[in-house]
Ligand binder design. Structure first.
Ligand code: F0G
Length: 478
């Protein structure tokens, strides 16, 4: 009974339409409905955070002094209880936590594909190779459209529906567009995607067509697509669904809740994410900070962000000017999901690094390919951009920043089938140029050779197949 009484207070505190948007630069607060079409502060061009009467601000303050904090054990109980429900909003691994993302008034507006609920896997071989006791992978590629974007799309699309938008749009390296197209289709809305021509993986391009989006390939890169889209949303009533839209990040914070719930409310020491447009690390940081503030967890993990060497604006910015001003780069990496040179959310990412004490690292194309093959060989697999997490972890361990007893969670952001061309090219030995191959060092070369599994083409003759098998077995036992 006591729990139900708690629940009543909880739902009361959670009454929707209580959220505001707060500019991360100048601190100005506005009502959610007052935001402009580019989700930027008209005074200083800063991005927004969604804040609630009960949430903490990055500086530790609470927005409203009289706000009651939701009760941590009531929340835990409620979230667990919803697991047995057959309601779509309860089956969603995002809306199951809806008490901490009251961004819509009417739950009938929720657009869900039962996102979230992703597995947390152990990576025993990677742990052993690194000399760590615990390396886990939270596989966000196991979402309905195969990437972590679904958790954010469900929340932002639900807001778009509640606000009466008929059109939504995004610029994308492929995953955002796939997710947006799917959720828009579910909502009966129209979607427009802008993608850089020839620079996204085919699986992702096929998804946006399959889900019925108007797919526009622009002869530019991701950053060029953003420029065109920004102009467009200023002229037409279209909701912008890039990660500058803070409602997306409300959904993207929920894997932090799910993760600690899966760990029975234990907090890992480290969470490692890939960095592209640089929103996801800060979304997770917000989730952890809110749980900490509400007493659901006793501390927050260090969040580290890993970039590809060829698309490393945050890394460069930290090295060259200590995070003062972004140094945009002309991005180039085969991990096309994170081929971004002028990331919109770099200040949010910087805040996440600084408030949690994490690091930013960069990894080479060869390191990404090796890490991806290692994750594949554990029977899990991921797309190239996700593999930067393991490649980055290796660097952080080598630098002595992560110790044996510390628990590490890698956020695998996309499914291996998103970019099967990359995988096939890798295993066939066709991914790298000769020059790039020559740069691979001794121990890595041995590991690459052991992991590469090119398909074998044989005549359909049992003896031939038997001989091949024999030679393969000798190799294994050698
Ligand atoms: N991993 C994958 C698989 C991604 O698709 C992205 C971003 C990231 C990591 C980086 O996340 O931008 O929050 O730092 N993809 C976007 C897209 C840009 O359009 O699909 P971030």
């Amino acid at each position: 009974m006591a729990v139900f009484a708690e629940y009543d207070t909880l739902t009361e505190t959670m009454k929707v339409a209580t959220h505001q948007l707060r500019c991360i630069e100048c601190g100005a607060r506005i009502a959610g409905s007052a935001v402009n079409s580019i989700f930027r502060c008209p005074t200083c061009n800063g991005l927004y955070d969604v804040i609630y009467p009960w949430s903490s601000l990055p500086n530790g303050d609470t927005p409203a002094s009289d706000s009651k904090l939701p009760n941590a054990s009531a929340l835990r109980w409620l979230w667990q209880e919803r697991r047995t429900s057959t309601l779509p909003v309860d089956q969603s691994g995002v809306w199951r936590f809806r008490d901490l993302l009251p961004v819509i008034d009417d739950l009938d507006n929720v657009v869900t594909l039962r996102e979230g609920n992703t597995p947390l896997y152990e990576l025993p071989r990677a742990s052993k190779a690194l000399g760590l006791n615990w390396v886990l992978a939270k596989h966000q590629g196991m979402n309905p459209t195969g990437s972590f974007k679904d958790t954010g799309m469900t929340s932002a699309l639900s807001v778009a529906r509640e606000r009466g938008f008929e059109w939504v749009a995004c610029a994308s390296t492929g995953n955002t567009s796939a997710a947006m197209a799917a959720y828009a289709a579910r909502a009966g809305m129209r979607s427009i995607v802008f993608i850089p021509e020839g620079k996204i993986a085919w699986g992702k391009l096929s998804q946006s067509m399959d889900y019925g989006a108007l797919t526009i390939q622009l002869k530019t890169d991701f950053d060029g697509c953003v420029n065109v889209l920004t102009d467009l949303v200023n002229r037409f009533p279209i909701m912008l669904l890039n990660s500058v839209n803070p409602y997306r990040l409300e959904g993207q914070k929920t894997p932090a809740f799910e993760l600690v719930e899966q760990l029975e409310w234990q907090v890992p020491e480290h969470v490692i994410v890939p960095g592209g447009n640089l929103a996801n690390g800060s979304a997770l940081a917000k989730g952890f900070a809110e749980m900490h503030h509400l007493g659901l967890i006793s501390r927050v993990p260090k969040i580290s962000i890993i970039q590809a060497e060829g698309a490393n604006p945050l890394y460069r910015t930290l090295i060259e000017n200590n995070g003062e001003e972004l140094i945009p780069v002309k991005a180039n990496t085969r991990a096309t999901a994170i081929r971004i040179g002028n990331p919109a959310s770099w200040r949010k990412a910087l805040r996440a690094l600084r408030t949690t004490g994490g690091w930013c690292e960069q990894v080479s194309e060869q390191e990404i390919a090796l890490a991806k093959a290692e994750i594949g060989s554990e029977g899990i697999g991921c797309e190239p951009a996700s593999a930067v997490t393991l490649a980055g972890l290796k660097k952080l361990v080598a630098q002595g920043k992560i110790g044996r007893e510390e628990r590490v969670v890698l956020i695998l952001t996309g499914h291996t089938l998103k970019d099967s061309n990359y995988t096939i090219d890798y295993h066939r030995g066709e991914l790298f140029t000769e020059e790039e191959n020559a740069q691979i060092s001794g121990p890595d070369q041995i590991l690459h050779a052991a992991l590469r599994k090119p398909p074998v083409v044989l005549d359909p003759d049992p003896d031939t197949v038997f001989r091949e098998l024999e030679s393969q077995m000798k190799l294994v036992h050698a």
